[in-house]
Design a protein around this ligand. Sequence first.
Ligand code: ADP
Length: 321
Amino acid sequence: MKFINDLNLRKQAENLGVKIWQTPGFLFIILGLVAAIIMAATYFISKNYDSPQVLVISESIVATVILAVGSSIINLFEQVARINKMKSEFVSVASHQLRTPISAIKWSAELLLEKYNKGLSKKQISDVKNIFDLVCKMNRLVSDLLDVTRIDQNRMIFRKKKFDFKKIVKETINESSILAEKRNIEVNASFKKEMSLGFGDPDKIKLVVENLLSNAIKYTPSGGKVDIRLFEKDHFFVFEIKDTGVGIPEEQLKRVFEKFFRSDNAARYQTKGTGLGLYIAKNIIEQSGGKIWFNSIEDIGSVFSFSLPCHNGKMAEIMKA
Ligand code: ADP
């Protein structure tokens, strides 16, 4: 099926934003044609000419054609890599530039709500709260974009140390309680009393837990349930979050950790979202020595899980070195 799709050159050109003759499918066909012509020509020449000069000349022509096609493919890859780098740099510069004004608006809205709210009417307070909420969302988006460019350029810095994983999970659940209440979602969590310490960058792990929990709440209809489990297995922590939400359509399951992926049903159900959270989460977990995985059935629910080395585990020792 993918092979047939690859041969739909016009669709491929539209998807990649290039001319038809620049698509990988077109180059694939040209390479195939060149190989067939070369085979036919070699057969014809070896059958009809005994002379070594003719063979040398024909072999030189074949080598030149292969070099020409190869060089145009390399040029194309170089162009794609250059454009990709320029795009990452643009996103990085734009996000950095947006950070200062966003922080200033956030700070002013906070000040208005906390210090100068006495002079404001109810309507004005509600408007400032609205500005504050929107600016927090912009802040989140800008941070996500910066994280994505750091991941793409291999520049994400991890400050690894031992940390209390249970505390992070509890904190995140408390911080999300307002959202859960607003959406009428019951959040339950179970932990063992005594748990080892984790090893990794606590701020980044918290980001992952926040993302998985906010997704579970966001994509679960009112009245639904979210269950969180944290347990230890073979010197690893396993964090598991199960919801009774909208799930992910079967044909889209393999794209879940792709950058900017949003499933059709979720985009219809929840218009807000960027499709960056799980891409960032996967990178953070894998760079911390863990694994992330999920199961999901449309209209039934999803279970997202990740593992992370315990502080005293073998993996943590390797990551520390
Ligand atoms: P966002 O939530 O901002 O769209 P994410 O990267 O966090 O981005 O998630 C990517 C997509 O994966 C979501 O848009 C949604 O389609 C799907 N998804 C993630 N978590 C869940 C979940 N718990 N239930 C259903 N779909 C989910």
